[in-house]
Design a protein around this ligand. Structure first.
Ligand code: ADP
Length: 408
């Protein structure tokens, strides 16, 4: 009881010392009320021995902090509490006997410890809550951005298709109306140039459409019996001329599983393998080597495409599979789809990944890093499920003779 009386005794001195710390007059006025409430609760806590009596006021103070203070992670309350309790101690030393001030010190110490711990925990929780809210907001913004990027690709691709078709149509009409002779053969040369250009543009537009299909989970697969070795041979045939021109050594090693009939979308898988092999060609200097190998795993067949090219930095191993994930300086790349370091919009690998994943497979890359001098090379792994049975009744009906022939 004495302690309470002693505490009451020092209240005016404490109030004046604490409020003189508050520089701003206006704040001082409104804060006196709050300080009195604090002191009342402190008295109650000291009397009852329950330090938690201050909690409600502390929570009020914490939640009245401005957003800026929270954003800047200013820990405002614990230092203020330190001041409050220190001034109680100093005031009691100045006004009371040594015995009385020691008693007060003994009574307020547990309240002080509890108050500082409590406010620190509450403030950290508030920071965590604030950061979580910010993260959620950032995620929503990112998702919205991603969506508008995807919408833009889809709209742009469809808008580009119409004028492209017009250019192709008029170019072939020009050829038809030109009289036979010198002029026609000269025009033919120019028209071939236009055709090559529009062809490349069409490929890019088709890639953009594929990316938006994959983005929106709209890629539908036409399952049919396929053989990986046949697909790979087709890719090799399509790229033979380039491989020759670039003096590359291209080898497909027969591997277990590559000659087995599996169900997959032949056209899409062809596109996926062509993308990876074309990249192998593109990022390997003339005279280099590209090898296709593989192995059979339980339930899966793995195709491994290795090149002796410039390699890929470890931190880019995931990024290259994201749309527009081309790395390096765009202006330094040469143009042309199969030239060394030839340009491209950076959509090939995201499409390949989308196709492989739609089949229930995965794709990843291994490379010791990017080095144009030492050429560490890259190895792409493509894991496809060994789907021996048709995925649905319609496909089963269509290919029954083949499936039963394969079982025999
Ligand atoms: P791009 O149209 O740029 O070739 P891709 O999606 O096919 O787009 O590839 C993305 C990026 O990944 C490329 O720009 C290139 O930097 C890197 N890359 C892909 N394959 C290889 C490879 N075999 N060797 C080195 N870098 C590669």
């Amino acid at each position: 009881m004495d302690r309470i009386r002693s505490l009451e005794q020092i209240r005016p001195l404490w109030l004046s010392r604490v409020s003189s710390h508050l520089v701003n007059e206006r704040i001082r006025e409104s804060f006196i009320n709050q300080l009195n409430r604090f002191f009342d609760l402190l008295l109650q806590a000291a009397e009852s021995g329950n330090p938690a009596l201050l909690d409600s006021l502390l929570i009020e103070w914490i939640s009245s902090r401005t957003e800026t203070e929270i954003d800047q992670q200013e820990s405002s309350l614990p230092p203020l509490l330190n001041q409050f309790f220190l001034i109680i101690y100093q005031a009691s030393c100045d006004m009371l006997s040594e015995k009385e001030s020691t008693e007060i010190f003994g009574a307020i110490l547990p309240i002080y410890t509890h108050a500082v711990q409590f406010t620190s925990t509450q403030e950290s929780q508030l920071h965590v809550q604030r950061i979580t809210e910010e993260l959620i907001n950032a995620k929503v913004t990112l998702e919205r951005l991603e969506r508008s990027k995807s919408d833009f690709i889809s709209v742009a691709a469809h808008e580009l298709k119409t004028p492209l078709t017009l250019i192709e149509g008029y170019a072939s009409m020009i050829y038809d109306v030109l009289p036979e002779g010198n002029k026609r053969s000269q025009a033919d040369l120019y028209l071939k140039g236009i055709k090559a250009g529009t062809g490349r543009l069409r490929e890019i537009v088709d890639d953009m459409i594929d990316v938006s299909l994959i983005d929106n989970d709209l890629l539908s697969l036409n399952f049919q019996p396929i053989w990986l070795n046949r697909l790979l041979n087709l890719v090799e045939r399509e790229l033979a001329e380039t491989i020759n021109q670039r003096k590359l050594n291209f080898t497909i090693n027969p591997f277990p599983g590559s000659d087995e009939m599996i169900f997959g979308d032949g056209e899409r898988l062809y596109q996926a393998f062509r993308n990876v092999i074309t990249n192998g060609i593109k990022y390997t200097p003339d005279g280099g080597k590209i090898t296709v190998d593989g192995r059979l795993l339980p339930g899966f067949v793995e195709t491994i495409i290795t090149d002796t090219g410039i390699g890929i930095d470890i931190e880019d191993h995931t990024r290259i599979f994201e749309k527009f994930g081309r790395i390096g300086n765009v202006s330094l790349h040469s143009s042309g789809k199969t030239k060394f370091k030839g340009g491209g919009p950076g959509l090939g690998l995201p499409i390949t990944k989308g196709i492989i994943e739609a089949h229930g497979g995965t794709i990843w890359v291994e490379s010791d890093g990017f080095d144009e001098i030492n050429l560490p090379g890259s190895t792409f792994h493509i894991l496809l499920p060994l789907r021996k049975l048709p995925p649905d009744d319609k496909t089963a009906k269509l290919f029954r003779p083949l499936v039963e022939g394969d079982k025999r």
